[in-house]
Design a protein around this ligand. Structure first.
Ligand code: GTP
Ligand code: MG
Length: 146
């Protein structure tokens, strides 16, 4: 079966695990259980252009600083990367920039990139504006933004 590998990256606690769970129609968790090692989720999608099923192998990577060197081996052969930040945290947008640099260094050059501003439902102050997010996306030639 045709498959594509996707990595999900971002600062700790931005919501990567819940984002992947939502893509699998799993429940949202209020609790933060930090991801300790890369976890693979298989998603099967109907091709939008052809009569076939495509498999996405989505890797939810830990955000913890100390585990970042281990994440690099998942970047080597990936087709796409989803970088997530939290709209209530400026430092998480700065962390997104670090992730783009890692991707630039360790991932293939033909990479589909997405940047996601998560937690837009959060009642707290949205310290990251959508302009800041789109400027970051433009700077790093992101194909898809939310
Ligand atoms: N309000 C709101 N909270 C969210 C959202 N997504 C995740 N959260 C909360 O944010 C916290 C962290 O979510 P996780 O999905 O565990 O975060 P993570 O990025 O996987 O964290 P690490 O595995 O430590 O890197 C949890 O308390 C979630 O309930 C969202 O869209 N909105
Ligand atoms: Mg996680």
């Amino acid at each position: 079966m045709e498959y594509y590998k996707v990595v999900v990256l971002g600062a700790p606690k931005v919501g990567k695990t819940n984002f992947v769970a939502a893509a699998q129609d799993k429940y949202f968790s209020d609790k933060h259980w930090p991801t300790k090692h890369a976890i693979e989720a298989i998603l099967k999608l109907n091709s939008p252009t052809e009569d076939k099923v495509i498999e996405l192998r989505v890797w939810d990577l830990p955000g913890a600083e100390g585990l970042r060197p281990l994440n690099r081996m998942y970047l080597r052969d990936t087709h796409a990367a989803i970088v997530i930040y939290d709209v209530t945290s400026k430092s998480s947008l700065e962390h997104a920039e670090v992730m783009f640099k890692e991707l630039n260094e360790f991932a293939p050059s033909e990479l589909v990139l997405a940047l996601v501003g998560n937690k837009i439902d959060d009642d707290g102050i949205h310290s990251v504006t959508s302009t800041m997010g789109s400027n970051m996306a433009r700077k790093h030639k992101v194909h898809i933004t939310s």
